[in-house]
Design a binder for this molecule. Structure first.
Ligand code: GLC
Length: 736
């Protein structure tokens, strides 16, 4: 009598295999893992655990178990590199779709967009035969200066957690593992491989772990990347507390832990503290290009030696090997074969839709936007970011694409035959055009000096019907760039001078800031319209101009605060950032003294005014929120589109705590829903308040605690735009 499973398999056309169990796709993964493991030698098990090339690790050739291939990055599939190099290999079939940076995805506040994103990038990885996508990143924006904020999902753990889950699910539908990074408390690039992030437990559990926890427990992530830094004095690629106690212990994680490239630093800890796959290591046995370098990895020959002489046990080895085999049977040996797709029209459309949906309208006085230009008129565009291609650079998220639409190209397209579009550079930023031998092919050289550039822009403004400044940051050193942090919050390259020279010249003046992290805008009062644009990828120019011209009604919301000044923020001392050297300690020490008071949690609680608040974003239409209605623990708000065009609003729910034994933020985001409404249409959004939404983490008890008292459930359209609310009485303290 055939078992139900076998019958099911037969019914879906799969023949019962009479081969070994690990090759039998009708068997469940755990059976296949155990069968494969039982057939493997110790050497074969160890070979699974470390790289054999820059981005691959061995399979089991004797058993026909394939290699594992990884690829960057969170925004698209990195071009093929040479066996042991970072530089691209010059293939001609690996120009990918560049999707928007993840700070843009976060700014959509749209879970559906995140699922679309994950599905599309997962298809591209699968098509390129990659098994592990090295992304998404969800490190919290603790300092606006972090060079990699553009790769992450903002300052709030709930938002980041909600937005990472669909992405992970979408990727993994393609038999590709999402590798969520960089675990954990990796919130800067300065001395990233030699700084210990020293964080108390309450801050760790309330701020820096939740997005990873959501990715694992709700997203089902199959891979996690350990980060370069240390946490409380131990390297994170083999940090016992993070990897063994929390990730694999408390969260029951059954996937693999992959080191960041070169993040493994110690033989014994690599074996005992939860690392499963070691990549990119430069051990002392690995001189440049040494042919047997990979055998010198911590989890290679040194591990075999420890197994042989009894310093390492076979149970730990088997646990690591099981996790890698599970990864293989989830990806390139999965029961259902997937093929993916690459650079297809649907992926370009997804990139364009997300980039537009993440665009944030920060300010719009007198209806300066959407652009209204008289027929035959003239538009002056000023700024390097109107022409600079941004997909190249920024570190490991660098991509090679078939094309990238710049804002200027999209404006020229949109106004062809209607208005003249002219461009002035205004300032010189980064004239570089290549990274890892990927080159945009642009010539951004410039001979004029700053004064001349401004004078030329001012001169060109005469007779213009509309002026657009498109500036911001870029992917070069000390900008939005892996390996370096920014040096200031202000826009670089003298952009403020350009903006302030242009502002008085024409009331039809808008500024677009293209960046992946917060910048200050001291000129904001002088500018009637301001847009936060992002690194939008292949279709970035089209997406931005869709918003500027009103083809798309902006609906993005800031995923992080835009402070007035860096000094207004919570990081006041060098020991908080970028860290200090303690006597006798080889590594820098950084102390998260601000605790949970990060981002709006800090500014709200200190009542410090900000330029634009977390969750802020305007629309070309308007919305109203009715008074909150309460039924039990259900808190409902009706939102109505009160304007004359369709649009989307994000109803945000915050919890203000009852008086409590510990200092708590004035409010914390615990729910949101993005609703798309036609003019006059209404929708009721309901937030169901759970005890967990009220709780803080009590480090002493190592438990979440919701103290009895009267809480406030608040609803609004930004953290500084609360429209309505209601009480929530907790009659007794709850320990979760
Ligand atoms: C880099 C990055 C990591 C990337 C890896 C491989 O150093 O920190 O995000 O995935 O190495 O390029």
């Amino acid at each position: 009598m055939l078992g139900a499973l076998a019958l099911a398999a037969l019914s879906c056309g799969q023949r019962k295999s009479d081969g070994p169990v690990y090759l039998d796709k009708t068997k469940n993964i755990e059976e296949r893992v155990e069968d494969a493991l039982s057939r493997m030698t110790t050497e074969e098990k160890v070979a699974l655990l470390h790289a054999q090339s820059k981005f691959s690790s061995a399979g089991v050739p004797r058993l026909g178990i394939p290699e594992v291939w990884c690829t960057d990055g969170p925004h698209g599939i990195r071009p093929e590199v040479l066996w042991d190099e970072w530089d691209q290999a010059g293939w001609t079939n690996d120009s990918c779709t560049a999707f928007p940076a993840l700070s843009c995805l976060a700014a959509t506040w749209d879970r559906e967009m995140s699922l679309r994103y994950g599905r599309a990038i997962g298809e591209e990885a699968r098509y390129r035969k990659k098994d592990v996508l090295l992304g998404p990143g969800v490190n919290i924006c603790r300092t606006p200066l972090n060079g990699r904020n553009f790769e992450y999902m903002g300052e709030d753990p709930y938002l980041a957690g909600q937005m990472v889950v669909p992405y992970v699910k979408g990727v993994q539908e393609n038999n590709v593992a999402a590798c969520v990074k960089h675990f954990a408390v990796n919130n800067q690039e300065v001395r990233r491989t030699g700084t210990s992030s020293n964080v108390d437990d309450r801050t760790l559990y309330e701020i820096y772990l939740p997005a990873f926890k959501a990715a694992v427990e709700e997203g089902g992530a199959w891979a996690i990347m350990g980060s370069y830094n240390l946490y409380n004095g131990q390297f994170n690629c083999h940090n016992k507390k993070l990897l063994c106690d929390i990730l694999k212990g408390e969260w029951g994680y059954d996937g693999v832990v992959i080191s960041d490239w070169g993040g493994a630093r110690n033989d014994d800890e690599a074996v005992t503290n939860g690392l499963d796959m070691e990549y990119g290591t430069w051990t002392n046995g690995l001189s440049g290009g040494a042919s047997d370098g990979y055998n010198s990895y911590h989890l290679a020959r040194p591990y075999l030696q420890r197994l042989a002489d009894g310093r390492a046990d076979i149970q730990t080895l088997d646990d690591k090997a099981r996790r890698v085999l599970r990864l293989i049977f989830r990806t390139n040996m999965a029961a259902e074969t997937k093929y993916g797709r690459f650079t297809c029209p649907e992926h370009y459309q997804t990139a364009r839709d997300i980039a537009a949906a993440g665009t944030v309208l920060l300010k719009n006085e007198d209806g300066v936007l959407p652009m209204d230009v008289p027929a035959g008129g003239r538009i002056l565009v000023v700024g390097e970011n109107a022409v600079k291609k941004m997909v190249v650079g920024g570190g490991s998220s660098n991509l090679k694409t078939r094309y990238e639409i710049t804002p200027l190209e999209a404006l020229q397209e949109a106004f062809a035959g209607k208005a003249e579009v002219i461009w002035e550079r205004g300032y010189v930023g980064d004239t570089g055009t290549s990274y890892n031998r990927v080159d945009t092919g642009q010539d951004l050289s410039e001979s004029r000096d700053a004064a001349t550039l401004i004078a030329d822009a001012v001169a060109a403004a005469r007779g213009a019907d509309y002026i657009l400044f498109i500036g911001g940051l870029n992917k070069s050193n000390n900008q939005d760039n892996e390996g370096t942090d920014r040096l200031a919050l202000e826009l670089p390259y003298g952009q403020r001078d350009v903006i302030e020279a242009l502002a008085p010249l024409n009331p039809h003046f808008a500024v677009v800031n293209i960046s992946g992290s917060p910048v200050s805008m001291p000129w904001a009062d002088k500018v009637p319209a301001i847009v936060q644009g992002w690194y939008g990828g292949t279709e970035s120019g089209h997406a931005l101009v869709d918003v500027l011209t009103g083809v798309v009604n902006p609906s993005g919301k800031l995923p992080f605060t835009l402070p007035c000044n860096l000094s207004d923020g919570p990081l006041k001392t060098e020991r908080q950032y970028p860290g200090v050297r303690d006597e006798g300690n080889p590594y820098y020490q950084e102390y998260y003294d601000e605790g949970v008071f990060v981002g709006y949690r800090w500014y709200d609680s200190q009542e410090i005014p900000v330029q634009f608040a977390f969750g802020h974003g305007l629309s070309y239409t308007s919305f109203s929120l009715d008074e909150m209605k309460v039924s039990g623990r259900n808190y409902s708000v009706k939102v109505t589109n009160t304007g004359d065009r369709a649009g989307a609003e994000v109803v945000q729910f915050y919890i203000a705590p009852a008086p409590c034994a510990v200092a708590r933020p004035a409010k914390e985001l615990k729910g949101f829903e993005k609703v798309y409404l036609k003019p006059g249409e209404s929708r009721t959004v309901t937030f169901q308040a759970k005890d967990a939404d009220l709780a803080y983490f009590d480090a002493e008890q190592h438990k979440w605690v919701a103290e009895k008292g009267v809480y406030q459930v608040l609803a609004g359209t930004a953290s500084d735009d609360i429209r309505t609310g209601a009480e929530l009485k907790l009659n007794k303290t709850v320990v979760l």
